[in-house]
Design a protein around this ligand. Sequence first.
Ligand code: RRO
Length: 311
Amino acid sequence: MVSTSTRIGSFHFDNCLMNAAGVYCFSKEELEAIDTSAAGSFVTKTATLEARQGNPEPRYVDTDLGSINSMGLPNLGIDYYLDYVTQLQDTPNSKNHFLSLVGMSPEDTHTILKKVQDSAYKGLVELNLSCPNVPGKPQIAYDFETTDQLLAEVFSYYKKPLGVKLPPYFDIVHFDQAAAIFNKYPLTFVNCINSIGNGLVISDETVVIKPKDGFGGIGGDYVKPTALANVHAFYKRLNPTIAIIGTGGVRTGRDAFEHILCGASMVQIGTILHQEGPEAFTRITKELQDIMSEKGYQSLEDFRGKLQYLS
Ligand code: RRO
């Protein structure tokens, strides 16, 4: 009776829950573990043109309230992930998937996207505009002029369904300015949020991760209010043709429910997936279904975006 199925653009998903890029998505083995779980889809680790080792370890640490990471974009290169998702799309009853990517320069980004454009891959692509952890490379989406220019160039040749992964914004004016840019382009979705960049976690007197003197992206419970605010801010501002994917602080069905209430069509799970493994999808789906049943909601459309305000 209760369905957690959803759509992003023209793509159907039996379940609205999936992994967040960076967790359970480095290798085919990890991606297969998500594909065969209760998740409705997977997204690959953000791929660059060439494979990368990433930053020195330790570079990911779980904390009581979430996680900190400075992975530094370790990945097996675009060809590995593009070949895998292209191969999967031709298998019977395949789920739909997301291919995450970004270049180490605008030129690289165009080379990668042209490769995807010319490939047989028909699925969704997520352009990561928000990696916080590559020394010397600022998060692209905090520079509105660069973002606008990049998207203008991309959409001059890229004709397949494309969305962007965004960093958290913290000011109403920035929500307005960012949304005005995204509304100029035929984006299929925006994904809010990436980790909150450049936090610092300390144990006794020492930082807990090695790269960048301990500075890293924060995820988990710490970030849920910021994630919900970004999901809702963009839900209110973006053209209705642009779907919102909600990511950040989802550990329970209640958290997923809140993301959907704020306007998310799909909900991604990062830190808690890292801590619990793919069984988390079974648990969180059940918890979400139970909340929907209690409230008499049969589908996500019954409550998506219907956040109530105090009058
Ligand atoms: O690899 C990473 O360090 C990383 C990436 Br690309 C990202 O988008 N977000 C994040 O928290 N870490």
